[in-house]
Design a protein around this ligand. Sequence first.
Ligand code: TMP
Length: 254
Amino acid sequence: MSRRRRVYEGKAKVLFEGPEPGTLVQYFKDDATAFNNKKKGTITGKGVLNNRISEYLMTRLGDVGIPTHFVRRLNMREQLIKEVEIIPIEIVVRNVAAGSLSSRFGIAEGTSLPRSIVEYYYKSDELDDPMVIEEHITAFGWATPQELDEILSMSLRVNDFLSGLFFGLGIRLVDIKLEFGRLYEGDEMRIVLADEISPDNCRLWDVKTNEKLDKDRFRRDLDRVEEAYQEVARRLGILPESGPRDLQGPSTIQ
Ligand code: TMP
């Protein structure tokens, strides 16, 4: 990994130049942050699990016709992705009240929402990712009205598909944060799902017990943080064969 040129480093991932033009290598770290970097820590094995979980979910989404940046997993912590121009908007789709929706409107966590609610946040660490409306997004040129239409309909499809997939595993998809990018191929441009889909950016609750199986365990100082990520991978059928002890293995093994 160190031989490659580093293109970008985020809080949970590093992007390196890929083997061919138009590709990047996405490396998953064990670092965890919350509240815009105010809380920092490590979740042992998270990078390995999120690499697998995101590979699995992006592949399934691709199977049902949702275009994504994912190409293939390279090793324990790295995956090959298509280079895209990230649209600086975080799309949050909510099915059940939790987190900032609950605190902002005083709605008890766990209250079912009458329909899925979509919110947009402007990606800016300096500004603390402020919530924005369509008017801001189009007026400030972050996305065109046509792009935003496509992003909204893709986000709802992703949410519906993943809600069903997780429900089959006894997990409720409470909410999810998505990011999209512009993929340029010759003269053509299309919007594709980017970033990652993992317990870092979804809320996942056990259907029977409401136990949290996501990064809220870290955000809220709950115990068994690592185990929550492992449990999601286990239910998806992708926990590395020899179990959690395998999770810190060398990053170059296929
Ligand atoms: P929120 O309730 O804190 O607004 O979070 C909504 C969803 O978005 C939740 O699944 C966690 C995810 N999320 C991120 O992925 N990144 C972030 O920076 C924040 C604030 C939330």
